[in-house]
Design a protein around this ligand. Sequence first.
Ligand SMILES: Nc1ncnc2c1ncn2[C@@H]1O[C@H](COP(=O)(O)OP(=O)(O)OP(=O)(O)O)[C@@H](O)[C@H]1O
Length: 244
Amino acid sequence: MNYISSLATVATDLQPAVSVRGLSRRFGNGSPVLDKLNLDIAQGEFVALLGRSGSGKSTLLRALSGLDPVREGQISCPQESAVVFQESRLLPWKKVWQNVMLGKAGATRSDARQVLEEVGLGHRTDAWPLTLSGGEAQRAALARALIREPKFLMLDEPFAALDALTRLHMQNLVSALWQRHKSAVLLVTHDVDEALLLADRAVVLEKGHIRAEVSISLPRPRRHYDPAFVHLRSALLKHLGVDE
Ligand SMILES: Nc1ncnc2c1ncn2[C@@H]1O[C@H](COP(=O)(O)OP(=O)(O)OP(=O)(O)O)[C@@H](O)[C@H]1O
């Protein structure tokens, strides 16, 4: 398996990797949580999805990942998609490498080892999940997603439960992996700085609508103290209804 070379050409394709058209979702008789939503994600594009609690971020992700069937509207998504959640969701009775193998039918132990090396967990392949730290468990969850060689990677607040330092390490890891593989990424986050550090575009959801889209064309690696970064942070916070 060579994940690196298999995805290297994807970014040149002009077709969007992901297309959402007129997507609506309502629970019971309540008002729609997603309301005729349209969103495209280009091949190789990194999009951050922000919005207040209850704005519909996870509902959109559930629809994109197929966990919630589409009732109204259309979604076009690559078959090779994978999701990483806030919790690692590793099976405690299987070793780390076995959990990673579960990410893809037909994957071998050597595939699992290779992808674990790539996320910096090569030394823990034989460990039991309950002996991993929070950061290690998320690395394993990332490896289980990457073994699928996803053309579209969904990250649902994957670092929210981690301490600040581990979070920074994980952000750097995801940035490096994305720059190497260039799959399309949708990252759900509450953290404006995380969006600005990682994404090409931030999409702000409000009551199931896209309230704002902000293009983040800063060169990488990005620095919190860069004046352009600070300016974009203010703009994004304003879209989120926060006045500094
Ligand atoms: N299965 C469900 N049944 C009923 N209501 C639901 C269900 N799933 C989500 N909702 C409602 O839909 C709305 C949007 O939820 P969603 O989880 O998508 O928000 P979110 O933006 O991801 O929030 P958070 O940032 O807090 O995770 C909320 O009001 C939530 O209560």
